[in-house]
Write a protein that binds this ligand. Structure first.
Ligand code: SF4
Ligand code: MG
Length: 326
């Protein structure tokens, strides 16, 4: 059937005093109900900007969307009426950010803030809304939810706050959740717990989930498929297990080699040399070539197309065949 969300040939620019920053440069991806797509990349790769375009945060200058489509259940959000778009983004698509403390109101209790979703969107009474808030806090496994509903955000640990953000996102039972670095601010053990919870709820509610992260390690167990971004483009897509087993792009290979592994204690971690490019001045040819250990002359002049290797597998490397077999 039709995917829940389909991003097609999306371009996003920022018009700054220094020039036009091409933050997203022809991105395509899709996610279906019940599916988890991880979008992976360093900061500045365009992964968050793509999400912001979906959420409609970029509908005004200096941002500009010169080209592309963002289809929700087949309908292009970029061309539908502002009203229709707002309705979708309020109830059908929810977003979870990295920093719960700045997303929650510090002077309102957590129960009140969660309840507000039901008072505003469903017209529930204060009492009924609070009951639903407590129910949600239970679902995201906050111990003693009933009594904790009266606490303020700062009275919760970082992990518990992130659970509250998840509860907030789930409140209206959206079809799609976009989570931008949802666990980055947390300790490693808490990261895993929050990620597991998110995966569990995603399956239970049969939602689509887009997980944006710079950390390949945290999405391994929960994602169905991965899109790797670099300098505003997708450089590789694959079902998650295939990507881990056999990456088809040198950048992905570098990311994999830089994940800390328990069985390699004491061994020095590989790090991709250099930095991502300045988007005002993206290198000619393959944008990754200054950092790529496999770069050849062709890479400095010709931009690689996104080659299809197989079902759901694509690589934007001239030498993907060598990479996949190397
Ligand atoms: Fe490296 Fe060339 Fe492939 Fe780019 S196209 S990733 S520079 S080998
Ligand atoms: Mg970001």
């Amino acid at each position: 059937g039709t995917p829940l969300l389909q991003v097609r040939d999306l371009h996003v620019e920022f018009h700054t005093r220094d020039g036009v920053v091409k933050a997203v440069n022809g991105v395509n991806y899709s996610v279906s109900a019940g599916e988890t797509l991880a979008v992976l990349g360093e900061s500045g790769s365009g992964k968050s900007v793509t999400a912001q375009a979906i959420m409609g945060i970029l509908d005004m200058p200096p941002a500009k969307i010169p080209r592309g489509e963002i289809r929700f259940r087949g309908e292009d959000m970029l061309t539908m009426s502002a009203d229709a778009r707002r309705r979708l983004r309020g109830a059908k698509i929810a977003m979870i950010f990295q920093d719960a403390l700045s997303s929650l109101n510090p002077v309102l209790t957590v129960g009140y803030q969660l309840g507000e979703m039901f008072r505003v969107h469903q017209g529930l009474s204060k009492k009924a809304a609070l009951a639903k808030a407590v129910d949600l806090m239970d679902r995201v496994k906050i111990p003693a939810a009933r009594s904790r509903a009266g606490d303020y955000p700062h009275q919760f640990s970082g992990g518990m706050r992130q659970r509250i953000m998840i509860a907030m996102a789930l409140a209206l039972e959206p079809d799609l959740i976009i989570a931008d670095e949802p666990t980055t601010a947390l300790d490693v053990t808490v990261q895993a717990q929050v990620m597991d919870l998110l995966a569990e709820l995603q399956a239970e509610y049969h939602m689509g989930l887009i997980l944006i992260t710079h950390d390949l390690g945290v999405v391994a167990d929960v994602a169905d498929k991965i899109a790797v971004m670099y300098a505003g483009r997708i450089v590789e897509t694959a079902p998650v297990h295939e990507l881990y087993r056999n990456p088809a792009h040198p950048y992905t290979r570098g990311l994999l080699d830089s994940i800390p592994r328990l069985d390699h204690k004491g061994q020095e971690l590989y790090a991709i040399k250099g930095l991502p490019p300045n988007l005002l001045n993206v290198p000619q040819g393959c944008a990754f070539h200054p950092r790529c250990p496999k770069a050849q002359d062709l890479c400095r002049t010709d931009t690689p197309a996104l080659h299809t290797l197989g079902e759901g597998r694509r690589s934007a490397c001239h030498f993907w065949k060598e990479t996949v077999n190397g």
